[in-house]
Design a protein around this ligand. Structure first.
Ligand SMILES: [Fe+2]
Ligand SMILES: [Fe+2]
Length: 168
């Protein structure tokens, strides 16, 4: 554990930051798997464009899990070790793609991103002026989640417009 690195925290305990990060860590793994499996089971119009987007997002969520786990360890914590605890500790849960229709899957993915955006915004409120390093990492992740929502929403809107044109 890096003592000087931890000593720059102001008004918040490292354990409290680790707790926040561990919950987000669970979210990221669940989001990774949700995108991974959505890209496999999805069916319908424009599914190739959706698969490309979902696959890209899966890679981003895995990268977020890496960033978060590295920071947890820097703070002297231990990332959640058992996948069985991911659902229990997550903020946003997991939405199984039981209906493979491209519209349903995109809708679920958009909802997930909206939850991620509000979760990371709340974490930033807590960390502001207290833990500048984690704040910076979480800000980068939040910017990705905002981009994810936008990408999915524009794909969803294109699809909707296309279907309306042909009254499908
Ligand atoms: Fe993420
Ligand atoms: Fe995301």
């Amino acid at each position: 554990m890096a003592k000087c690195g931890i000593s720059i925290l102001k008004g918040i305990e490292a354990t409290a930051v680790v707790d926040l990060l561990n919950r987000a860590y669970c979210d990221e793994w669940l989001a990774y798997y949700q995108y991974f499996i959505e890209a496999k089971v999805i069916k319908g119009l424009m599914k190739d464009a959706a698969i490309a987007e979902l696959t890209l997002h899966a890679a981003d969520e895995l990268r977020h899990a890496t960033l978060i786990s590295n920071r947890i360890i820097q703070l002297g914590g231990i990332p959640i070790l058992h996948p069985g605890n991911w659902l229990k500790h997550s903020n946003c849960g997991y939405d199984a793609p039981e209906n493979p229709d491209v519209r349903t899957i995109l809708g679920q993915a958009i909802k997930g991103e909206q939850c991620a955006i509000s979760t990371y915004s709340n974490i930033l409120e807590i960390l502001r002026d207290r833990d500048i390093v984690t704040y910076d990492i979480v800000s980068q992740i939040l910017a990705d989640e905002v981009e994810h929502e936008e990408d999915l929403q524009s794909l969803f809107d294109d699809l909707k417009e296309f279907l309306e044109q042909f009254k499908l």
